[in-house]
Design a protein around this ligand. Structure first.
Ligand SMILES: NC(=O)c1ccc[n+]([C@@H]2O[C@H](COP(=O)([O-])OP(=O)(O)OC[C@H]3O[C@@H](n4cnc5c(N)ncnc54)[C@H](OP(=O)(O)O)[C@@H]3O)[C@@H](O)[C@H]2O)c1
Length: 262
């Protein structure tokens, strides 16, 4: 029996990805912070689908978090053939005035945990003829975003890391994909931030479950960089026509409107 490991699988986009995988008959290991949400999601999926669902509460920002996750999977003899690195922290803040812990947590979770999970699990993934890594990036990966300076930089890391890893791992049969969504209204914070963008927020927003279905389909088709919605693809093409100072001026005005979340 093989399992798909999903970090951030308790709620938000990670939970939608977990339901989509279960719908496709994939057994799951859900990982998130300790709390009722994780247990509830695992039991809802178990009762709705004929799949094996395990869960592990763990804080992946702790220095030993990724290693403890790996050791736990080895102790349980879980045969992981797919890893979905969804757990991530977003937000909006003024960097210079934000607590040090704000940036630290984003770097530890969005970059360090994601990287180390890939590194620890690649030998396990290599034991299967075909295996998958899906990293959750963001459209923010493509832009230096004022008030999201650390977040957008962490997602640029995720995008570049995933693209280069995909090439390195090609001969081993491990398919690496990265998905770059725009606004997904997953929790009160993301809803408030998305709505601050008015029309842009409306045009670029995607339904969480539909996005999950689209993402898993593209991952299984072997797509390396998954950018949902025509408008996002248009934005990526259009940004190259903008002179950099004008682009930064536009981004500053657009993201100044988001409520601060530190
Ligand atoms: N929402 C958007 O608009 C949007 C847009 C583009 C990209 N993304 C990306 O999509 C991913 C999911 O976003 P979301 O909006 O669904 O987030 P969310 O609703 O806040 O869910 C985050 C998930 O990560 C888990 N998590 C948080 N901190 C953790 C930690 N220290 N250790 C282990 N697990 C932890 C949470 O666990 P608990 O349930 O225990 O808190 C939860 O399961 C992120 O990588 C985000 O950057 C989101």
């Amino acid at each position: 029996m093989v399992h798909t490991l999903i970090t951030g699988g308790s709620m938000g986009f990670g939970r939608s990805l977990a339901f989509e995988c279960a719908r496709r008959g994939m057994n799951l290991l859900l990982v998130a912070l300790p709390g009722k949400e994780l247990e509830n999601t695992a039991s809802r999926i178990s009762s709705e689908f004929q799949v094996d669902v395990r869960y592990l509460p763990i804080d992946l920002t702790e220095l030993d978090g990724p290693k403890n996750l790996y050791n736990w999977c080895c102790d349980q003899n879980l045969k992981i053939n797919c890893i979905i690195n969804d757990a991530g922290l977003a937000g909006a803040t003024l960097f210079a005035e934000s607590p040090v812990e704000y940036s630290d947590a984003r770097i530890l979770l969005n970059i360090r945990a994601l990287t180390l999970i890939c590194r620890f699990f690649i030998p396990i993934l290599k034991q299967h003829p075909k295996a998958w890594i899906l990293n959750v990036g963001s459209m923010a990966a493509y832009f230096p975003i004022p008030y999201k300076s650390v977040y957008s930089a962490t997602k640029a890391y995720v995008l570049n890391f995933s693209k280069s890893l995909a090439v390195e791992l090609r001969p081993s049969g491990i398919q690496v994909s990265v998905v770059c969504p725009n606004g997904i209204e997953t929790n009160p914070g993301t809803i408030a931030r998305n709505r601050a963008h008015k029309n842009w927020g409306k045009w670029t927003k995607m339904d969480c479950d539909k996005l999950a279905a689209f993402t898993i389909e593209k991952m299984l088709q072997g797509k390396r960089v998954i950018v949902p919605l025509f408008i996002n693809k248009f934005l990526l093409a259009f940004r190259k026509l903008f002179p950099p100072p004008l682009l930064m001026w536009t981004l500053e005005r657009e993201f100044r409107a988001e409520p601060r979340s530190d």
